[in-house]
Design a binder for this molecule. Structure first.
Ligand code: NAG
Ligand code: NAG
Ligand code: NAG
Length: 295
């Protein structure tokens, strides 16, 4: 009898323990950032204050170090590889909270939408470029003859070639709002945003999120337009007028289920009044740690 009681208590406490453990965190880093040397301070904070395991997407496809992979292997191959790794990972396969840093934001969303194995609870995107980019770092567009604008025009020609799309990850989120080439030849952002065809799996998988947190850096000099971090973009046909998410065709025509996510209050917009990926310790503690603790 006593033994039975003890085993019941033991079973109960085991169940309780499983339920109370916070989910691990998976981070997808940004361009040319070394996953081992970046964001370390916040990783430690998450471990200390939310008591979670923190992992980084670490790709060794074709024996390339992640730094090189982030610019040279097509995103869908990278995502397949990460998906495969997650299926094998004892800690991640039961679910996790996802963090994307800069381009890691749209890549992580690609993973969430394309990988049947991931169970992501909250997805937190820091400075992600969810509608792509149309501009270069530190290159605010002043006049149509500025070097920055000429470079934009050059990139328009180059970015949508098959070669560039296959070999340079950054061209897969180059979004020219003026020409129609983007819809046709962009191989990543146009696809995961359901610009060409509607992939119902993408919609369904996004809806599984508990919260989709979009963080915009108000003084960002790397990303143009800044509104892409909140899923907005240039108005089609213009390289100056910016629309917010609810004004875009993606939202109005509900190509990706964003409208439903807004209605069920899954999308959270946060702003940081600073430059690209400059995050204050207190801000992180106040806004991010609670998302990782909440079961
Ligand atoms: C942290 O989580 C582990 C299991 O993941 C648990 O054993 C430990 O008691 C937790 N520590 C705190 C302070 O909650
Ligand atoms: C952009 O300009 C700022 C100052 O104007 C500088 O601190 C920063 O390093 C520059 N960033 C890049 C990527 O060139
Ligand atoms: C977009 O702008 C419109 C009009 O200014 C506003 O009503 C709406 O709340 C904005 N949506 C978002 C997501 O900021």
């Amino acid at each position: 009898m006593l033994w039975l009681k003890l085993s019941q208590i033991f079973t109960f406490s085991c169940i309780f323990f499983v339920v109370s453990a916070n989910l691990p965190v998976l981070i997808w880093h940004g361009l040319l950032s070394d996953p081992r040397n970046n964001f370390n301070y916040f990783k430690q904070m998450m471990k200390d204050e939310a008591n979670v395991t923190v992992k980084s997407v670490d790709l060794t496809v074709n024996n390339l170090h992640e730094r090189e992979v982030s610019v040279s292997v097509h995103l869908f191959n990278q995502i397949d590889q990460v998906c495969y790794e997650i299926k094998k990972d004892e800690e991640l396969k039961n679910g996790f909270n996802a963090i994307g840093l800069s381009q890691g934001g749209q890549f992580m969303r690609g993973l969430i939408q394309r990988c049947d194995a991931v169970k992501v609870k909250n997805f937190i995107s820091f400075g992600g470029q969810h509608q792509g980019i149309f501009g270069l770092p530190n290159c605010s567009i002043s006049s149509s003859m500025s070097p920055c604008n000429l470079l934009r025009k050059l990139l328009n020609v180059f970015a949508y070639t098959d070669w560039a799309q296959m070999h340079i990850a950054q061209t897969t989120y180059w979004h020219d709002p003026i020409s129609r080439k983007y819809q046709k030849y962009n191989t990543f952002i146009a696809d995961i945003n359901n610009e060409r065809d509607i992939n119902m799996d993408y919609i369904h998988r996004l809806q599984q999120l508990n919260k989709f947190v979009l963080i915009k850096f108000l003084r960002d000099e790397m990303v143009q337009p800044i509104e892409t971090q909140w899923f907005g973009f240039y108005k089609p046909g213009s390289d100056r007028i910016v629309q917010n998410m609810t004004e875009t065709a993606t939202y109005i025509e509900d190509k990706l289920g964003l409208r439903k996510m807004m209605e069920s209050r899954k999308i959270i917009f946060l702003a940081i009044d600073d430059e690209h990926l400059n995050i204050a310790t207190e801000w992180f503690r106040e806004h991010i740690i609670p998302l990782l603790k909440d079961n």
